[in-house]
Design a protein around this ligand. Structure first.
Ligand SMILES: [Ca+2]
Ligand SMILES: [Ca+2]
Length: 519
């Protein structure tokens, strides 16, 4: 077989790229919207079929599970690579991946791919060698060369991609506070499991992994998740994922920590990652701060100082989340699952604050909990996402906070209240200090509750254990034709007196610079 790199459908990809630019130009707000859907373990054809819905809901991108050759129906089998010169798994093959990429691209939705570069599949029960793919898989390739040529991304499929010389000596990681052990040892289960063969960062491995990443970029991938990132040396990561190869595409490393500053994993893995690479990461420190803040006896106001306290990473480099796939699916993490209402309130915080990149986990009920099945389209989550996008670029300014509640505005067009406690709270907003467009109506994206904003004082009530995401409602801020023009009687029709637009204040934190108001 030839070793020329695959560049699929060059002409049609160019037309799709032009179409994507046109679509993006017609959809204001997309450029600054950054929420990503984690389509965990979704078939690529299912992602393609839902591409229009995903765009319509407002996700800026979709993260799909690892595009490579894996076998077996279990979700964790997607993290057991046999080969990455072809895409072939229960999620789909290279051709399905291309169809999905095109369907997302034409709608202006970014495609993120999950990279598994630390290890290969544990096939110790099948064979004693470390050739990847195995002789059995190579024989299957040889038996149907036309099909496998269509799936091929790069390389010579008649030869192994890796052999024993490309792996570290076999031993199971025991001490998770040893950088050397964590980065060169094997991830093992219990009961004598010999673990996942651990790749060295040698020249052959680096060259192959760079060809793989280049091939995914040629297929239209716009960014990456790096699985098991803490288990790779930074030299290996930087050699593969260098800025020239990435061309500005972001990479989010999975570096699981038990917290932020003061947590050993944070200090020995996440801090060096952020210091010695230009890459981004899951915000596990913020996740732990969120769990404490929303948990029983926790203090919501601690969310406001998370970054200053070393308990959140720079939001410009952060994927933020209230749950990710490992938490419900891995037994050792299930204790981290939040109370369902607290988790929803945490999502409200992550979507409403306008910082970081929320990564919304949505599965096919692999966990059996019936909580995250198709979560991406649940009406409250969709409403939070709509608010997030509509208010993109508006500065966050705190109005008041306590252990139980947060009340903040987003510029003069949004007002957000979160009450985690079991009693309603009524709170005052001094409009002189906190200018909102007035006189006007603001509508809650979650409950449709309408807030009248008139005069200099405003009183808002946050029901128990709920969030309100009020947004300036231009249509409701008008008077009926020919009716009394008193603002309190206006619901629709003619405009109220022109809303007073507040002067811009300094943002509370880093904000997208390209953001434009939608209203
Ligand atoms: Ca490793
Ligand atoms: Ca793309």
């Amino acid at each position: 077989m030839t070793t020329v790199s695959r560049v699929p459908h060059r002409l049609s990809r160019r037309l799709l790229a032009i179409a994507a630019v046109l679509v993006a130009a017609l959809l204001p707000g997309l450029a600054s919207a950054q929420a990503i859907l984690h389509a965990f373990n979704w078939r690529y054809d299912d992602v393609a079929a839902r591409a229009a819905e995903i765009r319509q809901l407002g996700y800026a991108g979709v993260l799909v599970s690892s595009p490579l050759k894996t076998e077996g129906p279990q979700w964790w089998a997607r993290y057991q690579p046999q080969d990455y010169r072809v895409i072939d798994s229960p999620l789909g093959d290279t051709e399905a991946f291309e169809r999905m990429s095109a369907a997302l691209e034409v709608r202006g939705v970014k495609l993120y791919a999950d990279l598994v570069l630390n290890h290969m599949a544990n096939e110790a029960s099948q064979r004693s060698d470390l050739d990847y793919p195995s002789a059995r898989v190579r024989a299957a390739y040889a038996a149907d060369p036309a099909r496998w040529q269509r799936q091929r991304l790069f390389g010579d499929l008649s030869q192994p991609l890796f052999t024993a010389a490309d792996f570290n000596p076999a031993f199971c990681i025991r001490n998770y506070n040893s950088v050397t052990e964590v980065q060169t040892g094997r991830l093992c289960g219990g009961d004598g499991d010999t673990g996942l063969p651990d790749l060295q960062g040698n020249a052959r491995v680096i060259a192959a992994q760079r060809q793989y990443v280049a091939a995914l970029i040629a297929l239209g991938v716009d960014g990456f998740r790096l699985d098991a990132a803490k288990h790779m040396t930074l030299a290996h990561v930087n050699a593969v994922l260098d800025p020239t190869l990435l061309g500005g595409r972001p990479v989010y490393g999975e570096i699981i920590t038990g917290g932020g500053r003061g947590n050993v994993e944070h200090e020995i893995f996440l801090v060096p990652w952020l210091r010695e690479t230009a890459l981004s990461a899951y915000d596990f420190p913020l996740f732990h701060r969120i769990r404490q803040a929303f948990g029983f006896g926790g203090d919501l106001s601690t969310l406001l100082t998370a970054e200053a306290d070393g308990q959140a990473i720079d939001p410009r480099r952060a994927w933020t989340f209230a749950v990710n796939h490992d938490i419900p699916l891995n037994g050792i993490f299930r204790g981290l699952i939040m109370d369902a209402t607290d988790e929803t309130l945490a999502w409200a915080w992550l979507f409403a604050r306008g910082q970081g990149t929320p990564l919304l986990y949505s599965d096919n009920n692999e966990s059996g909990d019936n909580r995250w099945n198709q979560l991406y389209r649940r009406p409250d989550i969709a409403a939070m996402l709509g608010f997030h996008n509509a208010l993109a670029g508006e500065p966050l300014v705190m109005v008041s906070q306590s252990a139980c509640h947060l009340l903040f505005r987003r510029g003069d067009r949004g007002l957000v209240g979160i009450n985690k406690c079991g009693e309603p709270r009524t709170l005052a907003v001094d409009i002189a200090a906190h200018p909102l467009r007035t006189p006007s109506r603001f509508r809650d994206a979650l409950s449709n509750h309408v807030l009248r904003v008139e005069g200099e004082a405003l009183s808002v009530t946050l029901p128990a254990r709920s969030a309100r995401l009020w947004r300036f409602d231009a249509a409701a801020s008008r008077c009926p034709q020919g009716a009394d023009k008193a603002p309190q009687r206006c619901t629709q029709g003619e405009p109220l007196p022109a809303p007073r637009v507040a002067p811009r204040r300094e943002p509370h934190g880093p904000m997208p610079v390209e953001a434009k108001p939608v209203d």
